[in-house]
Design a protein around this ligand. Sequence first.
Ligand code: FAD
Length: 298
Amino acid sequence: MTGKICDIFRTKNDSVSFEVYPPKKGQKKQFEIIKKTINHLTDLQPDFISVTYGPGGTNKGKAVEISEYIENKHDIERHKGTIALAHLTAVGYTESDISDILDKLNSKGVQNILALRGDIPQDVSFPYGAWCDFEYAKDLISVIKRDGRFCIGAAAYPEGHQDCKDLKMSVEHLKVKVEAGADFFITQLFFDNTAYFRFLDMIESCGMNMPVIPGIMPVLKASQIRKIVSLSGATIPDELNEKIDLYKDNPKDMEKFGIDYSVKQIDELKRNGIKRFHLYTMNRWEQMNEIVKLSGLR
Ligand code: FAD
């Protein structure tokens, strides 16, 4: 078996995975904390752990280092063979930059990339412009596919994307990513499962049959979730909205409700035949441990 996620998907029809994010520049202590978090998450035997990429490559060194840590260096006796999925954004890069990054990831043993367009970050300027060689994620996917060394994931948006609210058109754009070489999708967070089911139907009716893994974001902090939701555009069901208001000054109750909500969300997805789950951990492992165990994922 290789360390490629697409090979795992070919042989196994269920999976659990996590997303972590690297520390900001200069947060050396945070780096050690994230390593511990990764060790705890790997105790749950995830099929892979994904590592976000700072907007415009602002933390690219750390993202590669964390991916390498997942792939090679964590407590090897405890968890053999945990696989890293390195996110990579195209914004601001030339083809030659991407070629260097692919060589670097390959030299560290990373064989899986979540290929993204990215967004233009504030306060970062790019010598060749933001979209010099890549206008969309599909362009980055084509280059990685041509390289031939990586399994490729891409992003999908069950409630549309800020630049394209027409869901039918969004699904057409996914098809182009598949034609360019995407092997699977991970979705943007959502709290209303009906949006995801409707999206899956649209994808299937377009003839695509690859994994579209639901991205589950536990609501652990009221202020954080309001910010994330305003950026992602996800709909907040009434029940969730009321509880975020009710518990906003009571972090313990908020966290407990958030864990229960994710467990219920996963349970409903499972009852409807969904077998793969990607959890946005926000670098919190204890809460993920609870969610994974309470929902019977491990
Ligand atoms: P694309 O697929 O290129 O889509 C961008 C927009 O263009 C969409 O509206 C799409 O519908 C439209 N579009 C696509 N193709 C065409 C076409 N041919 N013609 C016209 N319009 C088109 N950002 C980070 O900075 N770092 C991360 O680590 C990160 N991880 C993410 C992980 C997941 C699972 C998700 C869902 C998002 C992540 N993002 C991350 C955010 C992402 O970079 C932004 O949402 C970005 O705006 C779009 O990236 P994309 O890869 O979806 O782009």
